[in-house]
Write a protein that binds this ligand. Sequence first.
Ligand code: ATP
Length: 610
Amino acid sequence: MKKTKPGYSLFSNFAWSVRMLMRYSRTALLLSALFIPVRIGLKYLEIYLPSLAVSEVTKGQPLCHALPRVGLVMLAILAGSVVLKALGYIRSSALGIYRYKMADLVTGKRLSLFYQTYEQKEVRDLAGRAETVTQMWDGVLPLTDMVEGAFGVAENLLGYLLFGTVISFASPWLVPILTAAPIVNLLSVRAYNKWEYAHRKQMTDLDQRLWYVAGLPDDFSAAKDIRIYSMASWLRACYRDLSGQQARWDKALVKRNFFTRTADLAVILLRDGGAYALLIHMFYKGQISVDEFVLYFAAIASFASWVDGILSCWNKANTMSLKLCDFRAFVDYPEEWAGRGSARAEDHRDAPPEITLRNVCFRYEGAREDTIHNLSLQIKRGEKLALVGPTGAGKTTLVKLLCGLYRPTSGEILFNGVPLSDFNREEYYQLVAPVFQEIQTAFFSLAETVSGKSLADTDLERARQCMCRAGLGEKLDGLPDGIYTKLNKKVHRDGTELSGGEAQKLMLARALYKDAPLLILDEPTAALDPIAESRIYTQFNEMTENKTALFISHRLASTAFCDRIILLEKGQIAQEGTHRELIRAGGKYKELFEMQSCWYQENPKGGEKL
Ligand code: ATP
């Protein structure tokens, strides 16, 4: 198996975490540092208290001498505990806010990463792992536990030095005995971490598939197919198989963890047993008094906890550091089209653009051959171009290339003569308004869905006009809350659900609202009834006024109103011309057109019209 080296070292991750805390939650950082002296002081007072009480009693001190001293130490312990608790509450709420700010970084990256990059499975898996770092599982929050671990090492190291000094007064042998043994623990935990890190990709892969299958019952669109196509038993078998694999991973994890813990426990037993035996021996030999025995006995227990603390915090920092590597790797994931170009969207907004494709090839990652082959095409200013072709010819891929969601594998695309790579990516997106085949509406109001902004930032009148132009006027009039109606019944009790055709119209309204100079409609009428479809065609010229437009459709008759038709086949232009020219020329277009239109004609055998 290929070994994967963590992308960032422990120290780099610590420095990064501190920087992030400085930027997003100074309070949490300050309190974490403040914890150190308070906790060490408290621990010392706790071991000092029984020894002080024994010393007062064995030295026969009167009650008025003993009580104030013991009482004062008790009061200090109480005050320290209260301060510690209060600091703990403040810190955990500060860390909560910090966690959301960091989760926001992941969400931001997920929402803005170059689409072609984000489509890659390993990037999506990395995003999933980065997200889990910001979540709390079993009280563990990897994002902040890295810093906690590092501060813990510092705290335990200070405690170790202080208590080590106390213990060395009893016997200098005690310090090395108590220190050396836990090395076994360090090594076994490191082996466990290495194993888990090396297998994390397989675990993520399995996790994703399991979540997908487990989430299907909750998915309305899948629920219908599952029932009608009797897929339940197949899906359950899938679920059983995947959960079986998951259980085997869990078992392997638990087994490794168990051996790590057992080795740790055996070492603790030997270490503490040896130290206590030495202390008892010294007491019987009269080398230490009762109160010293009590002090050293408690100090050994505490000292052991400092040593354990150093190791467990070190291990914790290491474990969390590995998880943090995924978080940082995703948040810092290199942008493929960072677009530092000088071209500005505002220089191209007001007039219909000219689009040029020069020898464009595109191949999907892992595919054996190109989906778009050496395609050259010029779309004139204000031209209404139809793109037709058989299923899988590469029409949607071409749309994604034009939208700047993919980059050509070779060749280039120019917008008004400017290569797309000269634009800042976000700037370029302002220039295109596509309506894609797959429709996705979230749970926002109709107005927000159309504008892609919050209600406050939406031009409500314009949103309403765009909805009417897209054929949703009547629907709007029928909704009690009109443009404020919220989508998605799962989320809103008074929400609404749109039919496939209505959702398609809504997406068209969104493209109209954006008012970009390049309008791209990928099968915009596939889910519409004939009346709505014909209305879109008649309004097409008005919708695309002062724009260059690309119209994709499988219904060849519907492309007749375009200036030019391109027939795409296997990623190449097979034919081009107007509808009339293509019919006259014969060939593939005519063949497809006749095949389709024969179903709308009189049956030659005297049957009925279909
Ligand atoms: P349709 O008319 O069915 O919408 P299309 O002409 O729009 O088809 P595309 O969606 O561009 O065709 O797909 C062209 C080819 O690219 C198909 O063979 C498809 O399997 C492949 N393809 C599409 N999307 C991806 C992807 N994300 N990853 C890998 N291959 C893809």
